[in-house]
Design a protein around this ligand. Structure first.
Ligand code: ADP
Length: 293
């Protein structure tokens, strides 16, 4: 069982469907409302847990209704939330309005921004106990940098999913055992505009696996050659959470070696797009094994 430590965000996604977008100042009746647990940290933690990893999540929620609901949901997935913090600000949330075949999203980080470097220092034991550390960019940059430092101090591979897209300081580029951007995030991470992605990948030989939607994923080997893991052919229903499933799976299967882990991560992510919702579509280990039979 791989012990995965995730350092990242926990959000509630509030999804409203309407016929059309309201004009400024207008009030509309919507068609439907639903709330879903989300946040890249929690999503990737759940993906890894469903695939059989022993997962601990370092994050922060508010002392409010959404915080309680999210903690319950994580616990039900078997994610260890013993070190999850609570702050006196609102739990992170995303309001998502679906209308006219499009979406409009406002994210309020709230408690996610209260996860500070010193909190990770207090939880240093969690880094000692992990086989692999996985982070994203939805908690403060200084916190992600501290996570990378602590992982390095304890000799644990640090996997960084540089999402949402953000230029990365050299401390992170140097410390990450692996970056897992999509094409857009890769350009942003390296602060390069318009370069071709293969050339960008070769700037980080042996340390970048780039996802490319249904085309699958690419890894730049230490010698600069590109390994392509083709995507699995499925009929896609909802691609939300594909990247999160890929990352959680990659961490869970890390001990199998990168190219094997990438194949399993692409298979798990393909399964995830066949069902609605981010966490809703994430496969169990049994479902993944069934697909690969
Ligand atoms: P993100 O959502 O972060 O941009 P991608 O769209 O690149 O991430 O998807 C992550 C992974 O999910 C891909 O590497 C691929 O393995 C899988 N995936 C995404 N979309 C599909 C699809 N339509 N069919 C099969 N696999 C997919």
């Amino acid at each position: 069982m791989t012990r995965v430590l995730v350092v990242g965000s926990v959000n509630m996604d509030l999804v409203v469907e309407a016929e059309r977008y309201p004009r400024l100042g207008e009030t509309l009746f919507g068609k439907r409302f639903a709330s879903y647990p989300g946040g890249k940290g929690a999503n990737q933690a759940v993906a890894a847990a469903r695939l059989g990893a022993q997962v601990t999540l370092l994050g922060c929620v508010g002392r409010d209704m959404f915080g309680s609901q999210l903690k319950e949901a994580l616990q039900a997935e078997g994610v260890d939330i013993g070190r999850l913090r609570e702050a006196e600000v609102a739990t992170g949330l995303a309001t998502i309005t679906l209308a006219e075949g499009d979406n409009a999203i406002v994210v309020v980080p709230g408690a996610n921004h209260e996860l500070l470097p010193q909190h990770l220092d207090q939880d240093e034991q969690a880094f000692r106990d992990a086989d692999v550390v996985l982070a994203q960019m939805e908690v403060p940059l200084a916190t992600v940098e501290r996570a990378a430092e602590l992982a390095q101090r304890h000799g644990k591979p640090f996997l960084l999913n540089p999402a949402p897209a953000h230029p990365l300081p050299s401390s992170l580029l140097e410390r990450a055992a692996l970056l897992t951007p999509n094409e857009h995030e890769l350009a942003q991470a390296l602060d390069e505009r318009g370069g071709d992605w293969q050339a960008l990948m070769r700037k980080l030989p042996g340390r970048v696996a780039m996802t490319r939607g249904k085309d699958g994923a690419y890894f730049c080997r230490a010698d600069g050659s590109l390994h392509h893991q083709p995507g699995f052919v499925v009929s896609a229903v909802d691609t939300t959470g594909a990247g999160d499933t890929f990352n959680g799976a990659l961490a869970a299967f890390w001990p199998q070696g990168l190219e094997a882990a990438m194949a399993l991560a692409c298979a798990a992510a393909a399964l995830s797009v066949t069902r609605a919702g981010a966490q809703g579509g994430m496969p169990t280990l049994a479902a993944l094994q069934q697909m690969l039979k």
